[in-house]
Ligand binder design. Structure first.
Ligand SMILES: [Zn+2]
Ligand SMILES: [Zn+2]
Length: 201
């Protein structure tokens, strides 16, 4: 019998991660994060600041992807010289000035903070950290996939007898980045079972 070759045309995770299946933080069902990409002549263009949308078809919770800020202030009290350090949590609030009082002399200080800005999902006054919908424990590892196409890629890779070797180039390709437990041929049968289970989730 001919050895089965790994033939997936997918080279980078970015190629298939336009849609990511995640656990809805509100109802725990399968929800979708979509990356807004510009597509022209079959080629994708990424915006420098990635934009995403969120949708849960089970509970329709609205989760915004928007600009959030973190503020930091580091100075010496102009009255007594004490070091003052202030760190704010991530917030949607825009602040150009922060007002704090010195713990030593109670002087009120107003100053312009150092600001970090990112785009993130925001839900119930917190930044959301999503869990992949397609994930399960495999021995001591976490087996995960961003979507069904990604599972199919992994199935193709795991079941192949001949796995391509890539010449060195810029960046690491998806097949090269796979964790050891996926590359380990001893895990083949049990991995294929686990992937099948994931797919049926
Ligand atoms: Zn939901
Ligand atoms: Zn002071």
């Amino acid at each position: 019998m001919e050895p089965k070759r790994f033939t997936s045309p997918i080279k980078y995770l970015d190629w298939i991660s336009e849609i990511i299946n995640v656990v809805c933080p509100s109802c725990s069902k399968n929800a979708v994060i979509k990356e807004k990409r510009i597509r022209e002549n079959g080629i994708y263009y990424w915006r420098s600041n990635k934009e995403y949308s969120y949708e849960c078809k089970n509970c329709y919770t609205v989760i915004e992807h928007s600009k959030i800020h973190k503020y930091e202030l580091k100075l010496n009290c102009p009255n007594c010289g004490k070091n003052i350090m202030f760190k704010h949590q991530w917030t949607k609030k825009e602040m150009t000035e922060i007002s704090i009082s010195c713990k030593l002399c109670s002087e009120t200080i107003k100053a312009k903070p150092k600001t970090v800005e990112i785009n993130a999902f925001w839900y119930k006054n917190n930044m959301v950290e999503f869990k992949y919908w397609y994930q399960l424990r495999f021995k001591d590892n976490l087996l995960w996939a961003v979507n069904k196409e990604h599972i199919e890629f992994l199935e193709d890779y795991v079941s192949a007898d001949l796995r391509e070797r890539y010449p060195k180039r810029y960046g690491m390709m998806l097949a090269e980045r796979l964790p050891k437990f996926i590359k380990n041929k001893k895990n083949r049968e049990s991995l294929l079972k686990a992937l099948k289970k994931l797919k049926e989730k």
